[in-house]
Ligand binder design. Structure first.
Ligand code: CMP
Length: 140
């Protein structure tokens, strides 16, 4: 197994309900270390670029509006197989399909308001980390 870094967002539905600490605890219990973290108000332009891959989907406008509706917490998580481990801890995109004990099973409200985002591959992890963090912010 390799030490990896992945990118995570704690989404507006979760920050609004004051669930940041409970979600970070799930990451830490799974062996993921928070190596960078900041609470930000995402702009519409940032949301549209970040989720650009979904720009043709019918939910794109709703998704971007949701992501700027409240502050989010963007983080870099590090650990063995961090990308896969984070996705395991998050659970399925739709909370109705998420395994018991996962973040989305415990906290998500719907497929759109699903509490967390996590990178799906090494390339996207590197791109997403660089989109929100400068090298100086990544202390390890
Ligand atoms: P995320 O992992 O952040 O990546 C894309 C997001 O689009 C996804 O989580 C969901 O929040 C959102 N999404 C996916 N499918 C739908 C849908 N059918 N309706 C609204 N939002 C969706």
């Amino acid at each position: 197994m390799a030490l990896e870094r992945t990118f995570s967002i704690i989404k507006p539905d979760a920050t609004r309900r004051n669930l940041t600490g409970k979600i970070v605890a799930k990451f830490e219990e799974a062996g993921l270390r928070v190596v960078a973290s900041k609470r930000i108000q995402m702009t519409l332009a940032q949301a549209q670029v970040f989720y650009g891959v979904h720009s043709e989907r019918p939910f794109f406008g709703e998704l971007c509006d949701f992501m700027i509706s409240e502050p989010v917490v963007v983080q870099v998580l590090e650990g063995e197989s961090a990308i896969a481990k984070n996705r395991e801890v998050m659970g399925a995109t739709n909370p109705a399909d998420a395994a018991a004990g996962t973040i989305r099973a415990d906290f998500a409200e719907s497929v759109g308001e699903n509490s967390v985002h996590g990178s799906d591959a090494p390339e996207t992890a590197a791109e997403e980390i660089a989109f929100f963090f400068s090298g100086l912010e990544l202390v390890g």
